[in-house]
Every structure is written in C-alpha cells, then in structure tokens.
Design a protein around this ligand. Sequence first.
Ligand code: BMA
Length: 328
Amino acid sequence: MTKKIEIYGESLPNIPWEEQPTESNSVVWRSQQNPIIPRDATPNSNSIFNSAVVPFEDGFAGVFRVDDRSRQMNIHVGRSKDGINWEIEADPIKFNYAKAEIGKSEYKYDPRVVKLDGKYYVIWCNGYHGPTIGLGYTTDFKEFTQLENAFLPFNRNGVLFPRKINDKYVMLSRPSDNGHTPFGDIFLSQSPDLIHWGEHRHVMGTTSGWQSTKIGAGPVPIETSAGWLLIYHGVLTSCNGYVYSMGAALLDRDKPWQVKYRTKPYLLSPQKEYECVGDVPNVAFPCAALHDADTGRIAIYYGGADTVVAVAYTKVNQLVNFIKHNSL
Ligand code: BMA
C-alpha cells in the first residue's frame, strides 16, 4: 500500500471542491463551473486572469490581474465567501510605499499571494524599466505597502515560499528578457530580510515537449511529507505561437533547489474553449492553489487564454503518486 502523503498546513474545510468525474482519466480535473470569473467582471475590465487567492477570515481574498480597456495591466483586490463567486474591486490596489522612490511601476501583472509571518505578501511582475519582481504586503486586503523590487529587470514569475527555510526567505523566479521571452529556467534566491537577495541557485530548466521553450513557477509551493509540491507552467513553441501547460515537481524540503521528481507529461494543457480562445490562445497559467491538510484536497486557480479565471482540482496523494510515477 502506498504511504499517505501529508500536507503540512492548515485545514480548510470550506475549500472549493468537486469530485473527480467518473469519465476523467486525468490527475487534475477542471471545475464544471469554469470559467469562474468572466473577462468583464469589473466595469472597465478587458480581461481578468492569472490571479492569486488565499483563505481570509471566514472566506477568501485574492489579488487579481485585471487588464483594463486601455490594456493597462494592474492588480485588484477580490473577495469571496466560497472561492468560486468573486467580487473584484473596480479600481486597482493603491500601495503605500516604504520609501517614496519605490513607487515607480509602469504596470503590474501575474500576482501571487502568500501568508507568511502573519502578513499576506503579494509578489507580482512589476514594470520598472522592464519586467521585474515586485513585492508588497497587506494584513487586511485594504491597506497595501510596497517594498523594494526583489531583483533587477528582466525577471518574471516570482514566487515566495510560505515559510523561511534554513532561516532565510526563499523566492523562485524566472530571469527573462523584455519581450515575449523565448527561453527561461526556474532559479531560487535567498534573503535574510526580503530586501537583500542572494545565494542564487538553479532549480530546473527546459526539457522537451510541453516544457521545451520555457518554464516558470506557478502557485506558492505546498509543503508535503514528500517535499515541496511545485505546480509550474511549461511552454512549447508551435507553428501558431506559444502553448502554456501545467506540470508539477517535488523539491527537497531543506534544499528546495534540488528537484526530486518532475512530470514528463503535463497535468493539464489548453484544450477547453476558454483555454484556447481569448486574447492569447492556448494558455493555462496557474498562479494559486488552495489546500486542505485534512482531506488532501487541492484547488488550482489558473488563467485561461489570458482572458478568464478557471479552477481545477486534484488530491495530494493522487498528484504526488502521479509525479513520482511519471517523472523525467
Ligand atoms: C507571459 C505573461 C503571462 C501570460 C503569458 C501568455 O509572458 O505575460 O501573463 O499569461 O505570457 O501570454
């Protein structure tokens, strides 16, 4: 009998959930309610996608990527009782700044949110002479403070671990260029204070098939008895452009730059209409995952075709076994 995999985290009895449909032969299955957030959920939105949610008070809160009808990219607060039906604020987050000169931001997109040291940290792709990793925090999803950018441009897909490891904050990122980057590996950086980052390590690179062009961290890694569970996106280049799919890896708990297992097949690739048709076709881009330590349920939030927000489900035992048995 296979060993039960523990999630080291809180219980979340109200996690959104749908059982695996009997006809599904996939380790990750989509919500029947997809897409859960339409592109026009705020008065001036062109699209809402690649967004991050966390448990908050007796429901959920989140930071949403909203591109407006001038096609400015920004991040907005959202709230939900059930994690499926969301109210997203019409206006972008207005940050306070730890120092006045930090405030320069040409655009903000692809947020992640993590609860750490009693605060909710927001990490996003920040326009500062090109894309880099912006960082800020809130305690109440009303007041937000922006901190120093973590890295120099050009960088994307910054993802902070949910606790210090070896007494240091740990962040994944994907150094890039200033365009539609045709390359990209996942790196890890460490910091004593969330300001000064160093001790950089290579975590993993591209391989073949769905992850042959570039890869990037997705949701905040989930700590399990089998290692850090990292859901990530991988990109291939087809004759019609990039195709963004979802995969997963298990990283060592104490040395999270060491990859123990990593999926050769994708977990989910763009196949449904809301993943294939939209502003950027063929994109399934995960940015957040809720998890319940009691049942092992995981709800993955991902952007569909750079236009809408969708949800998919899995269970930690099923997913970890899949990763181990279908590893590169
Ligand atoms: C990436 C980012 C993502 C987007 C993806 C596909 O470079 O801009 O926000 O989902 O491209 O367009």
